[in-house]
Ligand binder design. Structure first.
Ligand SMILES: O=C[C@H](O)[C@H](O)[C@H](O)COP(=O)(O)O
Length: 228
């Protein structure tokens, strides 16, 4: 990828490259999705001889990994995964996140669930006091779309169908506006209870363990245990 010229892209790249420090020889690396992760994949390519390969959270990341000659493994054939590296749309000081702006939330949550350590890489524009300014993505089985939307309205949200988007799993996305997310774990669980919801983009019950956040010049590292 060309050298970034703007501050936000420089920040994404710095955070992504910092995550390479956590990659040990022989690892199979869990890889997220998005523009920040693309910088991580490119950096991973520089040490591809040292790692065994990757598990991917999307068709897009799989393609990029393969283009770099990094072997991509099926998660079902991989027992333990030490590290998962992914971006976020919003992140709090508790390392709770909103994810899924790129519609990859379900596979991301699955790979994150398997990994021992979730490393979130972001630019500092994603840091928030409270989650919810970014509309919360919810992946839904297509035939349940209207029902799920009505149930989300009962929870106080304004769901908007992400027209034309089909996830890697063949489902649709509702982006939920105007949620007051003062208890992200509770809302994550409530949304999961709605029949027809596959996944929601709150990563709070299992948030990140480490966040690498850059402003384009300086890198800040946050650890989950220090923030609770
Ligand atoms: O579905 C997409 C993912 O959750 C991304 O990790 C998230 O949207 C952040 O993407 P980006 O690094 O492009 O801001």
């Amino acid at each position: 990828m060309a050298e970034p010229t703007n501050r936000q892209d420089r920040a994404k790249k710095q955070a992504a490259e910092a995550a390479i420090e956590f990659i040990q020889p022989g690892m199979i690396v869990g890889v997220g999705t998005g523009s920040t992760v693309n910088y991580f994949i490119d950096a991973l390519a520089n040490i591809k001889q040292e790692i065994e390969g990757a598990v991917s959270s999307s068709e897009a990341s799989t393609q990029r990994l393969k283009d770099h000659g990094i072997p991509v493994y099926d998660l079902n054939g991989v027992g333990a995964l030490q590290v998962y590296v992914d971006g976020a749309d919003e992140i709090t000081s508790q390392l709770h996140m909103i994810k899924g702006g790129g519609a990859a939330l379900t596979r991301e949550k699955i790979v994150a669930a398997v990994a021992e350590t979730f490393i979130c890489i972001t630019d500092d524009s994603k840091q928030v006091e409270m989650l919810g300014d970014f509309p919360l993505p919810v992946e839904v089985i297509p035939m349940a779309r209207s029902y799920v939307a009505r149930e989300i309205v009962k929870l106080g949200g304004d769901p908007v169908y992400r027209d034309g988007v089909v996830t890697d799993n063949g489902n649709v996305i509702l982006d939920v506006y105007n949620l007051h997310i003062d208890n992200p774990i509770e809302l994550e669980n409530k949304l999961n209870q709605i029949t027809g919801v596959v996944t929601n983009g709150l990563f709070a019950a299992r948030g990140a363990d480490i966040a690498l956040i850059s402003n384009g010049d300086t890198l800040t590292t946050l650890h989950k245990n220090e923030t609770r």
